[in-house]
Design a protein around this ligand. Structure first.
Ligand SMILES: NC(=O)c1ccc[n+]([C@@H]2O[C@H](COP(=O)([O-])OP(=O)(O)OC[C@H]3O[C@@H](n4cnc5c(N)ncnc54)[C@H](OP(=O)(O)O)[C@@H]3O)[C@@H](O)[C@H]2O)c1
Length: 321
C-alpha cells in the first residue's frame, strides 16, 4: 500500500510516499480502504512546525523534536476492507468515515482503526469527498458556537475567516441556530458566505469591521481581544479559534473581562460530538463545503494550498474513486 510520510519539518517538499505492507488486524480492529482524506490547516502545521507564536517548543515536545513523529492525515472517508476478530458492528464493503486524530495515518491507501473508536457509517447523502471534509471544520465550529459560546437564536455573530474549513461550517451552523451572521472573508468568497447563510459580509482588506456582536468567532486569529472588545456587546463571547500562547494563558488567567467572556482551546473529537454534527447534517443544517479535490499523488500541492489560509471550504485528496 502507498502511504505518505513526513521526512522533516519544512515545506511541502518534505512529504514523501512509501510502500508499506498492508496493515495487520488485531481483534476489535477494522481495515479501511481509504477513498478520500482532507488536507487541512492542521496538517500543514504538523508538517511545517509553524504553530501560533509561543507554542513551538510544546509542539515539538509532543509531535517530535527533529521531525514530525506522526503519520500524515487526520480524517478519512472509505470502505471497510477487513474485520478483526469480534467486530460485528461493521460489515465488509460498508461506507464509513471518521478520525484517526493526532497520531494520524489517513494519507494512505489503507488504515486500521478500532471499531469502537471515531468511526461512523457514511450516510448516502454524502460522497466520500464530502465525508472526508465533514469533521475538521464542522466539529470545531459546532463546539465553539454551541458548547463553548452557548450561541442563542437571534444573537449577532461575527465570523472572522468565514469561508475556509472552519468558517464555512460555522456560518451554516450559526445560521441554523437562528443567529444573524456577519462573515469576514475576501470579496471573492462573499457569494459563498451569503449562500451558506450569512446576512452581511465584509472584506478584511477594506479595514476593520464595525458593528456590535454577541459572539465573535476569530477563526483566523487576526481579531483578538484588542479589536474585539470594541465590537462585543455586554455579555458577549469572543472565541479565539487561532490563539498564540500569550493569548491562551491570558484566557486561562482572565477569561472574564468587562462583562464579556473570552474562550480558547481545542475542539472535542469524541464520537458523541461526531454524532451531534451528523444529526445537524440530517436536519439539513450542515454539509461540508468542498473546495479543490486533488489526486493523492498531488499531496504536496494540496499542502501548498492548505497553508495559504485562503482556500474556500475544504481541500480533499482522493486515493480511490
Ligand atoms: N482551535 C481549534 O481547535 C482549531 C481547529 C481547527 C482549525 N484551527 C485553526 O483555525 C485556523 C483556520 O483554519 P481553516 O481550516 O478554517 O483555514 P482556511 O480553510 O485556510 O480558511 C481561512 C479563512 O480565513 C480567511 N482569511 C484569510 N486571511 C484573513 C484575514 N487577514 N482576515 C480575515 N479573514 C482572513 C479566508 O478568506 P479568503 O480565502 O477569502 O482570504 C478563509 O475564509 C487555522 O489557524 C487553524 O489552525 C483551530
Amino acid at each position: 500500500m502507498k502511504t505518505a510520510c513526513y521526512t522533516a519539518y519544512g515545506g511541502p517538499e518534505t512529504i514523501a510516499f512509501a510502500d508499506a505492507p498492508p496493515p495487520r488486524l488485531a481483534a476489535g480492529e477494522v481495515l479501511i480502504r481509504v477513498h478520500a482524506a482532507p488536507v487541512t490547516a492542521g496538517d500543514a502545521r504538523m508538517r511545517s512546525g509553524q504553530v501560533p507564536r509561543g507554542f513551538g517548543v510544546i509542539f515539538r515536545l509532543v509531535i517530535g523534536w527533529n521531525r514530525p513523529r506522526i503519520a500524515p492525515g487526520w480524517a478519512f472517508s472509505g470502505e471497510v476492507a477487513g474485520l478483526g476478530a469480534g467486530v460485528t458492528s461493521l460489515a465488509i464493503g460498508q461506507r464509513v468515515f471518521g478520525l484517526k486524530g493526532i497520531k494520524g495515518g489517513t494519507h494512505a491507501d489503507y488504515l486500521v482503526i478500532g471499531a469502537d473508536r471515531a468511526i461512523l457509517p457514511l450516510p448516502d447523502s454524502l460522497s466520500h469527498e464530502e465525508g472526508a471534509a465533514f469533521f475538521f471544520g464542522g466539529l470545531t465550529a459546532l463546539q465553539f458556537l454551541t458548547v463553548k459560546a452557548g450561541l442563542r437564536p437571534g444573537e449577532r455573530v461575527l465570523i472572522n475567516g468565514a469561508t475556509g474549513a472552519v468558517g464555512s461550517a460555522a456560518v451554516q451552523i450559526a445560521a441554523h441556530l437562528g443567529a444573524k451572521v456577519t462573515a469576514v472573508a475576501s470579496s471573492a468568497n462573499h457569494a459563498l458566505a451569503l449562500r451558506l447563510g450569512a446576512t452581511a459580509v465584509h472584506d478584511y482588506r477594506d479595514g476593520p469591521v464595525s458593528g456590535t456582536f454577541d459572539v465573535i468567532l476569530d477563526v483566523i486569529g487576526t481579531c483578538g481581544w484588542t479589536r474585539a472588545r470594541g465590537l462585543l456587546a455586554s455579555g458577549g463571547r469572543l472565541c479565539l479559534i487561532t490563539a498564540d500562547l500569550a493569548q491562551t494563558l491570558g484566557v486561562a488567567l482572565r477569561p472574564r473581562r468587562q462583562g464579556r467572556r473570552i474562550i480558547a482551546g481545542t475542539s472535542n473529537e469524541a464520537r458523541s460530538a461526531m454524532e451531534h454534527l451528523l444529526r445537524l447534517h440530517h436536519q439539513g443544517s450542515y454539509t461540508p463545503v468542498l473546495g479543490e479535490v486533488l489526486p493523492f499523488d498531488q499531496l504536496q500541492q494540496a499542502h501548498r494550498i492548505a497553508e495559504s489560509f485562503h482556500k474556500p471550504g475544504n481541500l480533499v485528496v482522493v486515493m480511490a474513486p
